[in-house]
Design a protein around this ligand. Structure first.
Ligand SMILES: Cc1ncc(C[n+]2csc(CCOP(=O)(O)OP(=O)(O)O)c2C)c(N)n1
Ligand SMILES: [Mg+2]
Length: 524
């Protein structure tokens, strides 16, 4: 290590220590600028003169005689932990929430576990076609959600049942979604565990990995422009972080100062791909500083640390108008999903699985609550019974509900159903009636009567080779003028619309974004 890097490293570690200490005691609040100025002053001292900024593309310039190949960060990441694996709080730590709230969180973690056990079994019995458990990762969902505010907009991955429970997802909603009946918010069209909870500011789960990561900072940027006490939150796994979308998202959020929390659940696996084969650097956290994003690594099985770090990250995001990256270190105790058999690739890691099970968030937090006289075996048994009963009852009720109408298979993509989908729908209606013995007709809403009458003119057309005749006034124009027009209309209709893109500021090479007679550039 060079003299420079060791000085910079100790300055940064001191700043990090201060930040960690103040999280524990709640005293001086760490600021990004404190840590940064400590690092910069260390550099200046080392260089002997103030480091000037000579290049537009770098923060500062310090000429050196030898090529300095950076091999990583100048400091390792501390793992923020307030409660050890046995459930003992670090000395001097005050709980960042009330004991009552702590019991509420415990109950949700246990419910998540029990619901997972029951629904996993339902899949094994063939009553649902797929399931994905959250075993061992309950604190990452519950602890983060508890530290957010209800107005914060959440963009989930799929292993955050604890978060959904905290935001109010009911056992009936869970069962309806997994069964895919007409009570499911996605109308039975989505994969299992792809919950919908827009009424509680949670976006629908996406099956395509990583798509939610760049969507979240778009919302976070809007909250910044509107000066709202609100953050956008993207959850994602260590595997999803390898999608190009993740890097785009971090860069966008950093450049625009988007009020976004990037919450990475690093559980060691992406299906069968272990983290050793997933990345070459120091986890996901190491990427944050490279993008200029304040980053913290947290023991993801420590409910107290997860809560404290998330709450502080939220404060930083809103007050400093910046994204924050949290890497929650945890472990995927179970198979990836019911389609997976992790013993095929974790045979040698059996001891590891058992070890992480014991260190999981539920036994840890339970031990703490018991040590405070706030929990005991009687309460535990009653809670587990209640959770099992409510999910079983909801499941039975969900099985009795009808599946959504056949037509829903074709709706909600186009404003008006195009002719070829009308035809497919009519064909499907005819087909199930012709072979009704092979279909559970009575289980679908609307299949118990005659086929709906289709309007023939909507179905008998062929693919259009020429555009339909104009229904209003029309004029010949150029492509660019048409784009200008469309943008002008869209921007005038919704004042809060922001136009992004390279070169948008001056209208672009083709001047396509010179709208309403002027160039538009995002501000703020
Ligand atoms: C774009 C895309 N590629 C691949 C998949 C298949 N796939 C589904 S989940 C998954 C693993 C994701 O791992 P991670 O992000 O670490 O989340 P975890 O399952 O560990 O919670 C993969 C590869 C997908 N759904 N989408
Ligand atoms: Mg993973």
């Amino acid at each position: 290590m060079t003299a420079f890097s060791s000085l910079a490293s100790s300055a940064a570690s001191a700043a990090a220590r201060t930040a960690r200490r103040s999280l524990v005691t709640g005293s001086v609040r760490p600021r990004r600028s404190d840590a940064l100025s400590a690092l910069v002053s260390g550099r200046r001292f080392c260089a002997g003169v103030a480091a000037p900024k000579l290049y537009r593309g770098a923060l500062s310039t310090r000429f050196c005689e030898q090529p300095e190949f950076k091999r990583g960060l100048n400091e390792d990441f501390g793992v923020f932990q307030l409660m050890d694996a046995k459930g003992v709080l670090r000395e001097g730590t005050n709980l960042p929430f009330s004991l009552e709230e702590g019991i509420h969180m415990y109950k949700l973690m246990v419910k998540s576990e029990v619901y997972d056990q029951v629904l996993n079994t339902m899949q094994r019995q063939g009553r649902i076609s797929f399931y994905c458990t959250n075993f061992g990762e309950e604190a990452t969902g519950v602890g983060t959600a508890a530290a957010l505010k209800p107005q914060d907009m959440i963009w989930p991955q799929y292993r955050e049942l604890g978060m959904f429970l905290y935001r109010g997802l009911t056992p009936q909603q869970i069962c309806d979604q997994n069964i895919g009946n007409e009570g499911d918010g996605s109308k039975g069209r989505n994969l299992q565990v792809h919950y919908c909870l827009p009424e509680a500011n949670v976006q629908t789960v996406h099956a395509v990995l990583g798509t939610q990561i760049p969507q979240a900072p778009g919302a976070g940027y809007a909250y910044k422009l509107d000066k709202e006490d609100r953050v956008s939150v993207a959850y994602f796994g260590d595997g999803a972080a390898s999608e190009g979308d993740a890097l785009t998202a971090l860069n966008f959020a950093s450049v625009y100062g988007s009020q976004t929390l990037f919450i990475c659940r690093n559980n060691g696996y992406s299906i069968s791909t272990g983290v050793e084969d997933q990345y070459g650097g120091d986890g996901i956290g190491a990427r944050g500083p490279a993008f200029g994003i304040p980053t913290v690594r947290v023991d993801g099985n420590d409910l107290v640390a997860v809560f404290a770090a998330t709450r502080e990250a939220r404060r930083i995001a809103v007050e400093e108008k910046t994204p924050v990256l949290l890497e929650l270190m945890t472990y995927r105790v179970s198979d990836h999903t019911t389609s997976d058999d992790s013993s095929a690739y974790r045979l040698e890691n059996k001891a590891e699985v058992a070890e992480y099970k014991a260190k999981g968030p539920i036994p840890r937090w339970k031990a703490y609550l018991e040590s405070q006289g706030a929990w005991d075996d009687v309460k535990e048994a009653a809670l587990r019974d209640e959770a099992k009963k409510e999910i079983m009852e909801a499941f039975k009720a969900g099985e009795a509900k009808k599946k959504p109408p056949l037509k829903e298979m074709f709706t909600d993509t186009f404003d008006e159903l195009p002719w070829h989908l009308e035809e497919q729908h009519a064909y499907a209606q005819k087909h199930v009636r012709e072979y009704s013995a092979d279909y559970n007709m009575d289980r679908y809403r609307g299949l118990d009567g005659p086929a709906p009458v289709e309007e023939p003119h909507r179905m008998t057309s062929a693919p259009r080779k020429v555009p339909p005749p104009a229904t209003g006034p029309s004029e010949e124009t150029t492509m660019v003028a048409a784009i200008n027009d469309a943008l002008s209309i869209a921007l005038a209709e919704e004042q809060r619309t922001v136009l992004f893109g390279e070169d948008v500021g001056f209208g672009g090479v083709f001047r396509a974004s010179v709208v309403c007679g002027k160039s538009l550039a995002p501000t703020g």
